[in-house]
Design a protein around this ligand. Sequence first.
Ligand code: G3H
Length: 533
Amino acid sequence: MKDSNKSNSKLPVFNSHVYCNEYLVDGILHSWKGATTEVFSTIHSKDKEGNIGPTLLGSIPDMETETALAALNAAEKAFNRGQGVWPTMKVKDRLRCLTTFAEKMKKSREQIVELLMWEIGKNKQDSYKEFDRTVDYIFDTIEAYKKLDRKSAKFDKESGIHAHIRRGPLGVVLCLGPYNYPLNETFCLLIPAIVMGNTAIFKPAKHGVLLITPLLKAFQESFPPGVVNILFGRGRKIASPIMETGKIDVLALIGHSSSAVALQDLHPNKNRLRLVLGLEAKNPGIILPDADLDSTIKECISGTLSYNGQRCTALKVLYVHESIVDEFNKRFSAAVDNLKFGLPWEEGAFLTPLPEPGKPAYIQELIQDAVSKGAKIMNAKGGELSENYSYPAVLYPVNDEMNVYHEEQFGPVVPVISYSDINEPLDAMATSEYGQQVSLFGRDIRKLGPLIDVLSNLVCRVNLNSACQRGPDVYPFTGRKNSAVGTLSVFDALRSFSIRTFVAAKDNPYNNEILDALMDSKDSNFVNTEYLL
Ligand code: G3H
């Protein structure tokens, strides 16, 4: 087995090294003098000595607990038990800070896209999409918050009690994102968290970390001190000690349930900890006998193998009716073998190097385990190995004795199972640990109708003749069982990071006079009926 990015192209050159020695705490870009960790890409290139291997991209601080606790103090101080500048600030002023940030962020588009490609191997088109989608998410959040605020700019009256109801912040948020969407998914937590008046500590994922560094200054210049604090390093030295203090009010994490549970367990006051979690999934595709195979195969290719299957929403197992499974396997396997592998910036590269150095070996283990238990690799290129890639293998027939049946592979391997009775996939979904989404392929409405009714109670999104996906971001993104806690969408995230809180007063002349005067005086940002246009 040899290196070489498994691509026909010449060895690439990386000239944009980032040696980050800064971190943001309490509104100050501190310089880091301690240990650092080198960041490598699994994409191979030549080093200064002429050796070919993983590419050095730069380095990040390897921070100690002391700094993490300083960041926590800064976030606490900025929230100041709800009395801080940020949580009491007028909504329009908070939104102004966010707009300033988004405008500054746009200037780093090219640098961030380049780092996305090198750090996590995401192809160029999807890297631009991730960046642009994130900027759009910020502006959509601003509009959603204005709408929410407009709805709240009024008094209700019920049973002789006036009430002014708003959504208020929860406190300090620890925000941890994943490597597969290091910008988008992290910001889909961080942005709604802070816009609602919370303060935050944010630590980027292990891969996809350098791409956050161009934004440090933008964060510093856009928000009051302590509102956003950014740390680099290992979770056990940063996230764990922060949780142990019990001072975190919201754990916002996109990642694995094992990490979420471990962090939650460290918190001494679990009942005070709100969880906003996007976790693992094993979304199935169910292909009915009358499915249109051309469009089904197209959707299954993008569903299983976009970004090499490294998406929580990826289709991770395909249930195909026995009457069409041979035809499906033949055509699907041919389509998989036709996918172009290339470096992320190469035109048309659909499959790209895997960012986790151990991933190709893990995928091979899944393949070997399945093959040793009776599965076959259906496509000619399936399982071809290089140092940073394992070509997608279509495995058939897969059964529940195989690891690939149970584990979230999060990579390029596609298990196919044939069924004769629709209750087989339904039972499997009901007993599964996961419940995010399903893709249902078919046409006969007498079959589809009752199936949709059942599936919608097993997962949170039924995709009809369409691959599973998170977007558009205005739609609710959530899951049952081990797949999520809370709901994210532009609007739902604002709810997830806030709590309803209100001012109530009995309807009598004495109170009414005070409320009238309060509204006229503008002494309160809360009791205020101003409209944000
Ligand atoms: O990793 C999970 C992501 O939320 C998936 O998002 O469906 O837009 O790729 P996506």
